[in-house]
Design a protein around this ligand. Structure first.
Ligand SMILES: CC(C)=CCC/C(C)=C/CC/C(C)=C/C=C/C(C)=C/C=C/C=C(C)/C=C/C=C(C)/C=C/C=C(C)/C=C/CC(C)(C)O
Ligand SMILES: C[S@@+](CC[C@H](N)C(=O)[O-])C[C@H]1O[C@@H](n2cnc3c(N)ncnc32)[C@H](O)[C@@H]1O
Length: 379
């Protein structure tokens, strides 16, 4: 656990030596003759080939994503998870010609989504097995059609006025504040991807040290249900927009937790948060909002907590250890396309939390920072 610096992390002006080192290093790496010879020198060969592969993967990444999308769309991963298949059964089950099925299964094998276990016989590969264990990730693969439509012309997306609606912003804005199928679709997507996050949060923080927990922006209660099962003695509340909370009641009833979890319909930008909870969670909330709105929400949370009360922030963060691309490269563009919010580093949250009046904050490592990280703050 590390204590967060209580000020916005402004990187020190680059030292002279760092500028000179980076400039020299780049001039060497960018040299075609160095790239030619590095792969031929035993001392550099493996790193040169690995870097070349990484460069190719960066250039070709969208194609890989679409191989995964095709596998999800055609149910290929589910098929391969059940048993080994030959080409005829794969073609029949997916509705593809044998030529197309062979092209897809070879591509899936190249990405470890599938694995040839004998001549003409395939099963799930390591990457396919890992993804099958995370239905939320599979749900996001399906959801990415919206994201990729907004990213079709990335320069135009970055240039345009963020007030202009995009496919993603329409999905998230409209769905969050309007009853009906859109709100249900939106909350179902959140609930599907919540399991991975809840697992990380519950393993990293002991909620049973508290008496009552309020999950602000708790959606259809997926996190609240996870906490209720892990901490049977804990009093739990969920605060969310009225159209969403209307759906939460049904989800809690199905889980047999209607009496256990108290619902608080409201708008956390207009209404005060309910008091009486000694722990408040913000799970995948703050990164949805720009700094001013995030600070206003943190101030509202601070006002609702008793002295010594705790705030637990859980979301995918920028600069997460071993997952830098997930932060500013994925969520950075995702939230830009959503017209609101950004991923933040631990240091950036430290500054916001201090401005909101929190006395101390610390980061809490999780097993998979690529899924979610934690910050714990005290009033
Ligand atoms: C058994 C033998 C012989 C060897 C084993 C060797 C070994 C140890 C292998 C390791 C296997 C292993 C443990 C693999 C683990 C894999 C895991 C945990 C994979 C997890 C993948 C998770 C993914 C891909 C998650 C993706 C999540 C996404 C894309 C979430 C997007 C969320 C969005 C867009 C949220 C939007 C909400 C908003 C609006 C931003 O607030
Ligand atoms: C990205 S979802 C996260 C849901 C849940 N915490 C999770 O991790 O799956 C954001 C949640 O914040 C809620 N929300 C957005 N704006 C809100 C507002 N102004 N007041 C209350 N809830 C809001 C949405 O309805 C949604 O449930």
């Amino acid at each position: 656990m590390s204590t967060l610096p209580n000020r916005l992390v402004v990187s020190a002006p680059p030292q002279g030596w760092r500028l000179r080192w980076v400039a020299w290093r780049n001039s060497v790496i960018a040299s075609p003759s160095f790239q030619h010879w590095a792969a031929r020198l035993p001392i550099f060969r493996s790193i040169a080939q690995r870097r070349a592969g990484q460069s190719f993967d960066l250039v070709a990444g969208f194609c890989y994503s679409q191989v995964l999308t095709a596998c999800v769309q055609l149910g290929l991963l589910d098929l391969l998870a059940q048993r080994a298949h030959d080409l005829a059964s794969l073609a029949g089950a997916t509705g593809l010609s044998e030529d197309a099925a062979l092209r897809l299964i070879r591509a899936a094998c190249a990405l470890s989504l599938a694995e040839q276990v004998a001549s003409g016989l395939w099963m799930l590969g390591q990457q396919g097995a890992a993804l099958q264990a995370n239905p939320g990730a599979i749900a996001m693969v399906r959801h990415h059609a919206l994201l990729y439509s907004d990213l079709a012309d990335p320069a135009a997306l970055l240039r345009r006025d963020r007030a202009e609606p995009t496919a993603l912003s329409s999905f998230w804005r409209y769905a969050a504040s309007t009853p009906g199928p859109e709100a249900a679709r939106y909350s179902a997507l959140m609930a599907a991807s919540q399991a991975m996050v809840a697992q990380q949060v519950l393993a990293a923080y002991r909620f049973d040290r508290h008496a009552r927990l309020l999950d602000v922006g708790g959606g259809h209660g997926a996190f609240a249900i996870g906490v209720a099962k892990a901490c049977p003695e804990l009093g739990i509340g969920v605060f969310d927009l009225p159209p969403v909370v209307a759906g939460t009641a049904g989800v809690l009833a199905e889980a047999g937790l209607s009496e256990k979890v108290r619902l608080h319909p409201g708008d956390f930008f207009c209404d005060s948060l309910p008091v009486g909870y000694d722990c408040i969670t913000l799970v995948r909330i703050l990164h949805d909002h720009d700094d001013d709105a995030a600070l206003a929400l943190l101030r509202s949370v601070h006002a609702a907590l008793p002295p010594g009360g705790r705030l637990v922030i859980a979301e995918p963060m920028a600069d997460a250890p071993g997952a830098a691309a997930m932060g500013d490269a994925y969520f950075g563009l995702y939230l830009w396309a959503m017209n609101s919010g950004r991923p933040r580093s631990f240091g950036e949250y430290g500054a916001l939390l201090k401005s909101a009046g929190f006395s101390a904050s610390r980061s809490q490592r999780t097993a998979y920072p690529v899924v979610s990280s934690l910050i714990v703050s005290s009033k």
